[in-house]
Design a protein around this ligand. Structure first.
Ligand code: XMP
Length: 506
């Protein structure tokens, strides 16, 4: 089966570029992002989309494309926003800075029954984000859509070349999906993207990239690293999957991860480093210092276990990758702080880091994991912070406090799962409040710790809202925690939004 990308998406740096790829996959097409200078890397695309971007076509050094080459491909081309302006200019039209930046909703009124707007309403909301405008169209260009002010927002520049000023890839363009599907109907190739074919492509890419080298992969027990390890294993490369038990994991977590790997027929090296981590943070109550020590210890323990690293595989996902049209490489800058440690940066510079999931969104990683037979429990697990329970035990971390949090959390999660709430909340946990309060146990007064339950919904962890769990469910959870977890006499439910609170306690 041919698994070359069917559609080349040329990345001019728009914040929405990843979404174009995603929409194309949703419509059943293989798509890949290319730097404008790397257009030829995919020798025979069946269609090309030029993304939007922050530049102005008249800037010196603005990203450009080889129009003759593009025309010579004889495939449908769609320019979005900057892509449209560039095509317009290169065809002989004029692009000028607008008087104001147009950002937000506008209206599309299709004109002349263009194939691009088939099966669409007479007028629909579109989403704009641009400052330049095409003030003059080239000879032979046809206006196929205008906005509510009658200004052209969609043009056909030649039989196969189209330009639209709006962003069909965002859901705020209400019929954007239809626009993309109409464009794809011009593509002389049937849809071929599905998880099985994608899996094959990824496996092939991993094999080619790794060759005979040995790959080391850190497994945390979370979705991304588990799917990554399973993908590498499926590619048949020489693999060492290493799991560092930092002593800050939840109840039964290490056993679960070990069992999951056994079930998948994979070897997992478990490094039991709990006491080293706890020793490193003993007596430390400053949150950032705790984090720093845990992070450093992880690097030490992991690289000690790994010994000589020929290749390191990281579970970086698409949203972690910041595209940059000027960097020359898509996988340019990694956002997540835990990926950024010096040791890994050095390996990266030496070309010894691979990121096979860097083209995937989270839900695609889950779908891939499902196709490999990974348990749902792992694939749909809530996010868990790198420093583990340490950020849920403010102040000094002790084994006694960790035990309380582990037990409380296990009860909370069991109830959430049984009641169907686990999948409805984005993240939930039981943390320990660094206070002791008075209570009564039997005839005696007790002076014990308090736990805090937190359940939030969020889209990207930047903001979060607390979840209104049913009072009766909270009552059952609280009763069970108070009756069976030793060392506490009080349960709080956290009703703080982020901001100003954060999701974790530290
Ligand atoms: P906060 O507490 O900042 O958390 O609102 C936002 C999201 O990030 C996770 N988190 C971390 N993840 N290392 C990580 O890998 C960390 O140090 C860390 N701190 C918070 C947190 O669980 C939530 O999903």
């Amino acid at each position: 089966m041919d698994i070359l990308p069917q559609i080349s998406v040329i990345d001019f740096g728009s914040q929405y570029t990843q979404l174009i790829v995603r929409r194309l996959r949703e419509s059943g097409y293989f798509a890949k992002l290319y730097h404008p200078d790397s257009l030829k890397e995919n020798p025979s695309p069946k269609g090309v989309i030029l993304s939007g971007g922050p530049s102005s076509v008249s800037d010196s050094g603005a990203p450009d494309i080889d129009l003759d080459y593009l025309r010579g491909l004889e495939v449908p081309v769609l320019g979005i926003c900057y892509g449209m302006q560039l095509l317009n200019k290169k065809h002989g039209g004029m692009v000028e800075p607008g008087t104001t930046r147009e950002y937000g909703p506008a209206e599309l009124r299709p004109e002349g029954n263009s194939v691009l707007f088939e099966k669409m309403s007479g007028s629909s909301q579109i989403w704009m984000s641009h400052s330049d405008t095409c003030t003059q169209l080239p000879d032979g260009a046809k206006v196929i859509g205008r906005n509510e002010e009658g200004l052209p927002v969609a043009v056909q520049l030649s039989e196969l070349i189209f330009g639209i000023q709006f962003h069909p890839e965002v859901t705020h363009s209400h019929e954007g999906k239809t626009v993309i599907e109409n464009f794809l109907s011009l593509v002389d190739d049937p849809p071929r993207f599905n998880m099985d074919s994608f899996k094959e492509l990824l496996i092939k890419q991993v094999r080619e990239e790794v060759g005979e080298r040995q790959v080391i992969c850190g497994v945390s027990g979370g979705v991304d690293s588990t799917v990554l390890a399973v993908l590498l294993n499926a590619a048949g490369v020489k693999l060492r999957a290493i799991y560092v038990d930092n002593g800050l994991m939840r109840k039964g977590e290490t056993v679960e991860v070990r069992e999951q790997f056994e079930k998948l027929g994979m070897e997992l090296e478990v490094v039991d480093a709990g006491s080293r981590f706890l020793h490193a943070i003993a007596g430390i109550d400053e949150p950032e210092e705790k984090r720093r020590r845990i992070g450093n210890m992880f690097v030490d323990v992991f690289f000690d276990a790994a010994e000589n690293v020929e290749l390191l595989a990281q579970g970086t996902l698409y949203p972690d990758v910041i595209e940059s049209a000027t960097s020359g490489s898509i996988a340019s800058t990694i956002k997540t702080h835990h990926n950024r440690v010096q040791r890994i940066l050095e390996l990266q510079e030496e070309g010894r880091v691979i990121e096979p999931l860097a083209e995937l969104f989270k839900d695609e990683v889950r779908a891939l994991g499902e196709s490999f037979g990974i348990a749902r429990d792992i694939l749909y697990r809530h996010p868990f912070p790198g420093p583990g329970l340490a950020v849920r035990v403010p102040g000094e971390v002790t084994e006694e406090k960790l035990e309380i949090v582990r037990e409380g959390d296990a009860i909370f999660m069991r109830h959430l799962k049984e009641s169907g709430w686990y999948d409805k909340v984005w993240q939930a946990y039981c943390g320990l409040l660094p206070i002791k309060t008075v209570g009564v146990k039997g005839d005696e007064r007790s002076y014990e710790w308090a736990v805090s339950l937190r359940a939030v919904i969020s889209e990207d962890a930047m903001t979060a809202d607390w979840v209104e769990l049913p009072a009766e469910l909270l009552r059952r959870i609280s009763n069970e925690i108070l009756n069976s977890v030793k060392g506490i006499n009080r349960v709080f439910y956290d009703i703080s939004t982020k901001p100003p609170a954060s999701i974790e306690l530290e």
